[in-house]
Design a protein around this ligand. Structure first.
Ligand code: SF4
Length: 483
């Protein structure tokens, strides 16, 4: 059986692990390990190992049918001509070249591409370059590492860097919501107590920056870095998150995903164009998001995979799967990696759409040059001053809080074996939960019964690594009962 082999990057998170994808002539996909890849030395986490499943749900079948592609492009152009209140979203789930092509269309429409991370627009612009990646190898050399993430769940291939740091006698402190076995210390402290971390210029602070990150959390860490000289590594969730946030120059006015959905709900956005970015997967509350998206005049999706938003879109322009595309990715450490694929279905579709809209066509080579110029133009680090906290939104107070532990399976709505919530022993005792029993969670969105697992965590907190229909936001007040 004839098969094609592609050197590519895992789309699961911003670490950007390298791998090979084998595709047979029936379109079936399997993975092969890329042992010399400097990011992951051939290793993959559970999400990476399940990539055949991720790619098997592809929506790209119609990309090979020119008539359906041409029809979709004409339909999209007709809807965009004269459309008002247009917004465009590309979070970085595709190549930097496709993102650049999307930027060209935005220019034609007099619009802008948003990358969905609102924290950027809330921070002084001079801080942005301090949130760009740093080499993962620097983690291994740090004398102290403070984790504000759960690497096992959120960025699994980071764990090997942390274990290498430990072998080099690095002291690891977790200031997370859950105790980590690899940490030398697990602290539950507030920002006012960060001085007790004892950081200096040989320390590294690791946090993450995604569409639902609270800008205040980043401000606290930027201030901590300023006071101590510690470096910050901001992990990011999508394969080209780092790249697209460097390419898009509108960070100061960029809209966050939640803000965009709020504007869709209020009718301030009437036409939404998405490039491999599905709000139904990315927002915490699936049903509410679907309801909002259905209010749009036009929902236009350019997508390389089958995701829920395709089902309700007015137009879907289906492109080839990620591994077949020609293109470039920039991972969280600022490393540029290139696909061996030569597919330009997505680029050509966007070029034709731009032409239908009355502007010039473009081709892959031009976009690639632009991408390389943008990615190799490092942000100027000209210093910043202490940043004031922003006024905070209303927090969940008292009672129990259900919190999302964002991870690759959650971002892409993929099933994993995590059909349980995490709670601490005090909760087990106070609710008199039985071993092997379930916990009942109720919010204003309804009720669900879940299996539970006990972890060292703060009182009142319930963590979930999968989306739950009762969640309203990243943190949701819930009532709990044993059952
Ligand atoms: S760590 Fe991230 S990039 Fe690497 S295999 Fe897992 S999901 Fe993919």
């Amino acid at each position: 059986m004839k098969e094609s082999i592609y050197q590519t990057v895992c789309p699961g998170c911003g670490i950007g692990c390298g791998l090979y994808i084998r595709e047979d002539n029936q379109g079936a996909v399997s993975i092969d390990f890329f042992k010399s890849n400097p990011v992951n030395l051939g290793k993959l986490c559970r999400f990476g190992m399940k990539l055949p499943h991720y790619f098997s749900s592809g929506a790209f079948c119609k990309a090979d049918e020119p008539s359906s592609m041409e029809g979709a492009i004409r339909d999209a152009a007709a809807r965009l001509k004269g459309a008002e209140k247009v917004a465009m979203l590309s979070v970085g789930n595709t190549t930097c070249e496709e993102h650049m092509a999307f930027e060209r269309i935005a220019k034609t429409l007099g619009s802008a591409v948003h990358t969905g991370i609102q924290a950027y627009s809330k921070l002084p612009p001079e801080c942005h370059s301090y949130l760009e990646g740093m080499p993962f190898q620097d983690i291994e050399k740090a004398n102290k590492i403070v984790l504000f993430i759960d690497p096992y769940v959120q960025y699994p291939l980071l764990v090997r860097r942390l274990l290498a740091a430990k072998r080099n006698n690095s002291h690891i402190i977790s200031v997370g919501t859950k105790e980590l076995h690899l940490a030398d210390e697990n602290l539950s402290i507030t920002p006012n107590e960060y001085s007790q971390l004892g950081l200096d210029s040989n320390s590294v602070i690791i946090t993450d920056l995604h569409p639902h990150t609270d800008a205040n959390d980043i401000i606290q860490l930027l201030n901590l870095s300023l006071e101590t000289g510690a470096k910050i590594l901001t992990m990011k969730p999508f394969v080209s998150s780092e790249g697209v946030n460097r390419i898009s120059k509108v960070k100061t006015t960029s809209k966050g995903l939640s803000q965009m959905m709020d504007e869709v709900k209020k009718g301030n956005i009437r036409t939404l164009v998405l490039l491999d970015s599905d709000p139904i997967e990315l927002m915490p509350d699936t049903d509410e998001t679907v309801k909002s998206l259905k209010k749009l005049d036009n929902l236009i999706v350019i997508s390389s995979r089958k995701s829920p938003v395709n089902e309700i879109a007015d137009v879907v322009i289906s492109t080839e799967p990620l591994y077949r595309k020609a293109g470039t990715f920039m991972n969280t450490e600022g490393r540029i990696q290139e696909n061996s694929g030569t597919g330009v279905t997505g680029i050509n579709a966007m070029s034709s759409l731009n032409k239908e809209l009355g502007s010039e066509e473009f081709e892959y080579g031009q976009l690639h040059e632009q991408v390389m110029a943008a990615l190799t133009n490092e942000g100027q680090k000209s210093g910043y001053s202490k940043i004031k906290n922003l006024a905070t939104a209303k927090q969940c107070t008292g009672g129990y809080v259900l919190k999302y532990l964002y991870n690759p399976f959650m971002w892409f709505n993929q099933l994993d074996d995590n059909d349980f919530v995490l709670i601490n022993l005090n909760m087990v005792r106070s609710l008199k939960l039985k071993k092997g029993g379930q916990i009942s969670l109720t919010s204003e969105n309804g009720n669900i019964k879940m299996r539970y697992r006990v972890e060292g965590m703060p009182d009142g907190l319930i963590l979930t690594a999968r989306k739950l229909p009762i969640a309203i936001a990243g943190t949701t007040s819930v009532k709990v009962e044993g059952c």
